[in-house]
Design a protein around this ligand. Structure first.
Ligand SMILES: Cc1cc2nc3c(=O)[nH]c(=O)nc-3n(C[C@H](O)[C@H](O)[C@H](O)COP(=O)(O)OP(=O)(O)OC[C@H]3O[C@@H](n4cnc5c(N)ncnc54)[C@H](O)[C@@H]3O)c2cc1C
Length: 458
């Protein structure tokens, strides 16, 4: 459920600051605490432009919120400090979950409902229905489905039964000859789940191309300054090289993933509303790997989730997530690769890693950035924290798949005067749209499979 709550201010705002905020103190002796507001000498005197909404952060959340705002007739920009999606979004496995992972654990059953509508919605967007949201017909759907299989353990059998019973969109059992070759001889049933998988960069690119004039690259996090009081932002100053612009937004959304914490701190607000959950992802590369998207289920956990992409040279890359990535946080890269190789041998005996041409491994660490939960587990839905009646919103989609729900909730949470506003689009001369972040497998160090400890086939 989307939750709206107040964020506590860390410090009260001094009278000097308030005078400065309302324009009565523009002299050279500014109070030192102006640093809290991001003020620095040389704050621009450029003419301010009014705007309905400034979205900070251009991952899947920020891009979706920008699109929803423009569709709602608002003037809006999305400001990115690095490359679009450079936190989690470009790393995501791109699976539009329908609740499968959540139904495996009893405590997760409630989570299946908000997310269960997402696979069908995304599939419709991919067929280009403009009524529903952004046109994703140019984005690449890597697979229309994922596969679910198990090993021969008892826990694995029970997990499979649980998943079958609890999913709203029932997965279908496929005959042996319809199974992907890799899991043709898997013990027990193999299920096809209608969860589409998207190429994350292609989605980010399609969404960015829809609104190039509203996407603004700035000089890192310091390329955005805020004038604010108790979290109410009155001005946003943007800089990139010699370009500079001042905006007076009616509302601001922080959709900066892990960057939300620093943004809250900069406004003097409590950043403990956010949490991070780390992953240690493993990558397997070979020009001869088959493209495959699926989950191996073992008891109440997704033992390994495999998705496939391609690198700039056309080689197939497997991203290995699921429990392997969660438990892998405690392993160093060498141990994680060795463990991953052992896992792949165990769950996919049909794949002979030793004969796979030019097989190589790598790993990377990334944090999932979310709204804090009491348990420290994943929130059940997209999450929004609202301050000043929606004038400052802090947004986390929780899952890539839930970005449409988050964007709809943001538009609903905006203050009423925005809905009736008729602000003209702003013109920000001298700024460029940001680039799209590279996939996490570009520019990495790789370990040849032949050098992997204890990973040789038995
Ligand atoms: C390895 C991995 C696999 C995943 N797989 C899936 C999956 O298969 N399916 C699924 O549904 N979900 C998945 N998720 C979750 C999903 O990726 C995230 O929920 C989602 O991408 C978060 O998007 P975001 O836009 O909030 O954050 P991010 O993608 O982190 O984007 C934040 C953006 O804000 C920018 N930024 C940061 N600070 C500032 C600042 N101060 N000023 C301006 N810009 C700033 C960053 O550069 C970045 O571009 C996965 C997550 C991970 C880590």
């Amino acid at each position: 459920m989307l939750v709206e709550e107040k964020v506590r201010g860390r410090s009260s705002v001094s009278a000097d600051l308030i005078r400065w905020m309302i324009g009565q103190d523009t002299g050279p002796d500014r109070p030192p605490s102006l640093a809290v507001l991001g003020y620095r000498e040389g704050m621009p005197e450029s003419r301010s432009q009014s705007i309905d909404l400034v979205v900070v952060g251009g991952g899947i959340a920020g891009l979706w919120i920008l699109d929803a705002a423009i569709r709602a007739g608002l003037s809006a920009v999305c400001v990115e400090a690095s490359k679009l999606g450079s936190g989690q979004s470009v790393c995501a496995q791109g699976i539009i979950h329908g609740g499968l992972k959540y139904t495996l654990k009893e405590r997760d059953l409630s989570a299946a409902s908000p997310i269960s509508e997402m696979p069908a919605l995304w599939a419709d967007l991919a067929s280009g229905d403009p009524q529903l949201g952004p046109d994703l017909s140019e984005a690449v759907m890597s697979s229309p489905c994922t596969w679910l299989w198990r090993t021969d353990s008892l826990a694995s059998r029970l997990g499979m039964l649980g998943a079958k019973a609890a999913l709203r969109t029932k997965p279908s059992t496929v005959d042996r000859d319809e199974r992907p070759a890799l899991i043709r001889d898997a013990p027990g049933a193999v299920l096809r789940v209608d969860e589409p998988v998207f190429d994350t960069r292609s989605v980010l690119k399609t969404m960015a191309l829809a609104h190039p004039a509203s996407l603004i690259a700035v000089d890192g996090p310091e390329g955005i300054e805020f004038a604010s009081q108790g979290g109410r932002v009155s001005r946003v100053i943007l800089r990139n090289g010699s370009a500079e612009a001042t905006l007076e937004p009616r509302a601001v959304v922080f959709a900066a993933g892990a960057g939300n914490e620093a943004l809250l701190s900069r406004l003097g607000l409590d950043d403990s509303v956010a949490q991070r959950r780390p992953l240690h992802m493993t990558l397997l590369r070979s020009p001869s790997l088959p493209e495959f998207h699926g989950h191996c289920v073992d008891g109440n956990r997704t033992r390994v989730t495999i998705t496939s992409g391609r690198d700039a040279d056309g080689r197939v890359i497997w991203q290995l997530g699921g429990d392997l990535a969660e438990s892998g946080v405690a392993r160093d890269s060498g141990d994680q690769i060795a463990f991953a190789a052992t896992e792949i041998r165990s769950i996919l005996p049909a794949l002979d890693l030793s004969t796979l041409p030019h097989a190589a491994w790598s790993t990377y660490r990334v944090d999932r950035a979310e709204r804090r939960t009491r348990s420290g587990f994943r929130p059940d839905d997209a999450e929004l924290v609202s301050l000043h009646e929606g004038r400052l919103l802090v947004a986390w989609p929780t899952k890539w798949a839930l970005a449409p729900r988050l964007a709809a909730a943001v538009i609903e949470a905006l203050p009423p005067e925005i809905a009736s506003a008729s602000t003209s689009p702003v013109t920000l001369s001298g700024f460029q749209p940001p680039e799209i972040a590279d996939f996490p497998w570009e520019n990495r160090t790789w370990t040849s499979h032949s050098d992997v400890r204890s990973a040789a086939p038995a």
